[in-house]
Design a protein. Structure first.
Length: 195
């Protein structure tokens, strides 16, 4: 939530590289259209976010879940998702579900930082925030995912840190890795009996 131009963090924060998650979702959608033999709709973003939260062990309740998307100028829209416009549809909005209220904000790096640098600095900022107890991170594994374990080694005072991706990171007792693909398949409406 942004108050007086300053970002206040919730107890539970989900930090997402929007460019990465859009690419993964596009790739999985194209692949699984062949597997299930039908055209798949765009991924349902609220269902995706709920699945991500549940994969990070967040239980139903009256939680506030702050979702922060980082994107760059070349990728203003996540074409694989509905809704997907990062400036028009996904900034400073919220929705409620059985898990609580999801509060969405989007951030674009300034001209002096690229998406990778901005995302890693955002991870450090959120991880260092005392009020954040549960952190969920969806980074671009291929670009900078290998830099996250070093960041998390310096973090204390968190009840849990989850990293979701397609390829496991080096094992650590500071965070838990979970497979991102399951949340994407749910959001695409793929039933277990189809695969």
């Amino acid at each position: 939530m942004i108050i007086n131009n300053e970002l206040k963090f919730a107890k539970k924060v989900i930090l997402i590289d929007a460019t990465y998650i859009n690419k993964v979702t596009k790739d999985l959608s194209q692949h699984f259209e062949q597997v299930v033999g039908r055209k798949l709709p765009k991924a349902d973003l609220p269902i995706f976010l709920e699945c991500v939260a549940m994969d990070a062990a967040i239980q139903p309740g009256e939680h506030t879940l702050q979702v922060l998307f980082v994107y760059d100028k070349q990728h203003l829209v996540m074409e694989a998702f509905n809704p997907g416009d990062l400036k028009k549809d996904l900034n400073d909005v919220a929705f409620k579900s059985q898990l609580g209220e999801f509060q969405l904000n989007t951030f674009e790096p300034s001209d002096i930082a690229d998406r990778e640098t901005f995302f890693l600095e955002s991870v450090k900022l959120v991880a260092d925030a005392k009020e954040v107890k549960h952190l969920v991170v969806i980074p671009s594994e291929t670009e900078y995912g290998d830099k996250l374990p070093e960041i998390f080694e310096k973090v204390d005072g968190k009840e849990s840190i989850y990293v979701l991706g397609m390829n496991p990171l080096e094992a650590s007792d500071k965070f838990r890795w979970e497979m991102l693909g399951y949340a994407v398949l749910q959001a695409l409406g793929i039933r277990s009996d189809e695969i």
